[in-house]
Design a protein around this ligand. Structure first.
Ligand code: AMP
Length: 419
């Protein structure tokens, strides 16, 4: 038997209701803030991600699904959305149509990571990008959107972490300080952190190794060295979050894995999903649009992992899933009535009722069992003597009440069910 690829998952019908709830909340909240949905292709030229996300990042360095197609082009399944959105923004000159573009998306993403709870190789993200303004109001707005969505899902155990990485010039100075601080103990760092020391020193902070964190304990912190503009913007973000009653903490060691961030970065973590606790992450990327060939344009965005969010919902038992039911199940007493039943079902379905019947010529008893299994609110019996006198028998399954209805008066059935 052929099975799904490691790290990918089928989402089977019983799981769909929670996905639908999540998607509709995402849609409603973003629409309320006037963000417009964008969809981009599943694959892009590999160079987009290499240039956009950064060669030295984990994503580009070791996680991308990259392949050569039949015309010898190197393609990559998208590992994240910001680079694609910015590519589309540049390609279609969206900045010329309006100065500020507020966009959101829901899409599968692909990364070849080690699968574990909350970590897959094909997973789904929703996210938002506001491209065209350097205003810290948008940084705060996106944090509020992410937080609102998680709250509407009923999640409680949430922490918003924020930090500022400053502009590149201040970051370069800070990197030198950090290098100076770490260089004498470099040999004591884990192998991964030693590599990061050489390639992307800020990411040493991401190390999960305790002895690395011990070494970092008294390190200089970037937040103390950022430029005045970044400091000011960060202050605005903090004030808005405070006024909006969003509980947050400044985490001076939050560096995030992607190279394109500038100024504000943030993450929302849940205490209820184990080691993969980050539900969403984002920040400002004021240089990315230009880096990818567009006019200098500031931007800010975030992405949230949908599998992880649903895992948190499950662990907090936070979702109120509606009971799955249908409006009507039609039971035929004689097999010969199949086409009549089909015809009737079409009339009901045209009137927006959820209707089903037996396609397998099963016994009346089996049809009744099926109606119960489907939580049908009503059952319509067709056949027998009643049918000979051109009548149908409608049963209300919660009260047990039955009534006879003229065969050609099926509108009466609709009326009763919709009442
Ligand atoms: P990132 O794009 O790396 O900033 O990730 C944003 C969010 O996407 C994370 O906080 C996770 O919730 C989710 N995420 C990232 N990678 C994975 C993965 N391999 N499997 C499931 N969710 C993921």
């Amino acid at each position: 038997m052929i099975k799904a690829i490691t790290g990918t998952k089928d989402i089977l019908p019983p799981e769909m209701p929670k996905w639908k709830i999540l998607e509709s909340i995402v849609n409603d909240v973003f629409t309320g803030f006037n963000y417009k949905e964008i969809r981009t292709p599943i694959f892009e030229e590999t160079s987009l991600f290499a240039r956009g996300i950064g060669e030295e990042t984990d994503i580009v360095g070791k996680e991308m699904y990259t392949f050569i197609d039949r015309s010898q082009t190197s393609l990559t399944l998208k590992p994240e959305m910001t680079a694609s959105v910015v590519r589309a923004f540049n390609e279609h000159s969206l900045g010329k149509q309006q100065p500020l573009n507020k966009l959101f998306y829901i899409s599968p993403m692909f990364r070849q990571e080690r699968p574990q709870a909350g970590r897959q190789r094909q997973f789904h993200q929703f996210g938002g990008e506001a491209i065209g303004s350097a205003s810290p109001l948008l940084d705060a707005e996106l944090i509020i959107i992410a937080y609102d969505i998680l709250k509407l899902l009923g999640l409680k155990d949430l922490t918003v972490k924020i930090n500022s990485l400053g502009i590149p010039a201040s970051r370069e100075n800070y990197k030198k300080l950090l290098k100076d601080y770490l260089k004498d103990s470099k040999h004591l760092l884990s192998e991964d952190s030693r590599k990061r020391f050489d390639q992307n020193i800020l990411r040493v902070f991401d190390s999960k190794v305790e002895s690395d964190q011990e070494i970092l304990k008294n390190s200089p912190l970037m937040i103390d060295y950022i430029d005045d503009e970044s400091k000011n913007d960060f202050g605005v973000v903090k004030t808005i979050l405070t006024n909006s009653k969003i509980p947050f903490e400044v985490d001076a060691k939050l560096v995030r894995g992607l190279d394109y961030y500038t100024k504000t970065t943030f993450e929302i973590v849940s205490g209820k999903v184990g080691s993969q606790s980050a539900l969403c992450g984002g920040g400002r990327y004021d240089l990315l649009v230009e880096q990818l060939g567009g006019a200098p344009t500031p931007g800010v965005g975030f992405a949230a992992g949908m599998e992880r969010i649903l895992l948190a919902c499950e662990n907090e038992n936070s979702l109120n899933l509606p009971k799955e039911e249908i409006d009507l199940y039609i039971i035929k007493l004689d097999k010969e009535l199949s086409s009549k039943v089909f015809e009737l079902s079409l009339s009901f379905r045209k009137n927006n009722l959820i209707v089903d019947f037996d396609y397998l010529d099963r016994s009346v008893k089996a049809q009744m069992r099926e109606a119960n299994k489907l939580n049908s609110r009503f059952v319509l019996f067709i056949g027998g003597d009643e049918y000979k006198s051109e009548k149908l028998n409608l049963k209300n399954m919660s009260t047990g009440e039955q009534q006879l209805i003229e065969l050609n008066d099926y509108h009466r059935v609709i009326e009763i069910i919709k009442k």
